[in-house]
Design a protein around this ligand. Sequence first.
Ligand code: SF4
Ligand code: SF4
Length: 495
Amino acid sequence: MAAPKTLLPDRDSVTTIRADGSRTFLFPADAHGRFATARRWSAFGLIAFYLSLPWIKINGHPAVFLDIAERRFHLFGVTLAAQDLWLLFFVITGLGFSLFFITALLGRIWCGWACPHTVFLDHVYRRIERWIDGDAVARRALDEAPLTAGKFARRALKHTLYVLVSAVITHLFLAYYVSLPEVWAMVRAAPGEHWGAFAFMMVATGVLYFNFAWFREQLCIVICPYGRLQSALIDDHSLVIGYDAKRGEPRGKLAVAKSATGVPSVSSPLTSLPDEGSAKAGDCVACNRCVHVCPTGIDIRQGLQMECVGCTACIDACDDVMTRIGRPRGLIRYDSQKAFTGGRTRWLRPRTILYGILLVIGASVATWALSSVKPANFLVTRMTGAPYIVDDASVRNQYLVRIVNKRSQPARFILSLAGLPDAVRQSGFDGPVEVGPLGELVQPLILQKSRDAYTGPFHFEVIVQDAAGRFRLTRGVEFVGPEARLLRENNKAKP
Ligand code: SF4
Ligand code: SF4
């Protein structure tokens, strides 16, 4: 079914989904202006940032390298082992509070300017589309035209490029997990040598292709939970993209004629739309340009809507119209809903204060947690079997000390014990140990206390110290055993 020629969105339905549930594919017009330029540069910077992370080395590792096979996670110079992953709770919580705070202040600034989905869709895939199929009018005409050899060639070229770009993004994304040299080795090897990675690449490329070639704004409208959360996070004082109804209404084309001062009138394929105006018109000339550039197909003049991803295209489009008719820019602009109704925006309010406090707490805890990460870690566990062994001469506890070296160089560690009561013999900690690069060493530790000197369970400390004296790690451990009274009675009862 062909897409409708004009978009007439309303607030009771999603423009891109018909009553029967089928999809209306949008052909948003291009918007040019200061926000489009700023977003373009910001997007190129972000794409360069996303794609360069596996190439930039910090402390000998890629800036972001989630080495699942070795269970080492390198993040901007900090190396985390699997045992450190509890720290991510604080990092993710801190990021969550940041998003709350930013949304309460600046609305969906993330969606419009930094979300990878928007960045890649607007600045990579739509660019390819525009380059091959032309502007919005040409794209719509091509879509409605019968399949000819020319149309087939354009479609084939466009989708081939989509698949190639999706495959490149997926390979670079894979480099976040398996390092660039390994990705390169996999690319040169036959798929049969790494079936798992090959299947992942195929599926991920397919998902990206599907999303960016067809699904597009539906991800924001139907799947992304942030759009739904937004209504709970913002209030009338949050910055949003909105329409100044006080200035724009009543809308009508008469405003163009009235304001004509030699400035060319608005030229748009939308001038065929019904005139919504009246004799006395506000600044909105009802050109519907803001609707036609909208990538989610909404009419921002109907108020803030969940589908708005804050892309700023309608601001640029309307600013262009206002400039042409000699009116001030900003009929559609960044402002608070309070300001749009004549009030004053308050930046300091209970929710921004609360989110700000949570953000500071989250960021402080995350900073503390990350700064407490050491280049080694260790765990003490009991050997399998009974927690303690009582023989004729002693009570015995057996442990395994698992030392993890997170550095890319071999490291020597000195192992020692502190807080042991008298008459405890240890075996296992006999001198410095060496652990290979990113390696693990499991060192047995056996403690024995003679039956006669045994007075019950006690606590002690296991200490692992860097041989170069740079750090020292301690763990509290319990020596367990039977009740001392029972053991004494048992001793007496012996022949
Ligand atoms: S682009 Fe501006 S003038 Fe044109 S319809 Fe939208 S708000 Fe009105
Ligand atoms: S309403 Fe404006 S800012 Fe929102 S998605 Fe549409 S064009 Fe972008």
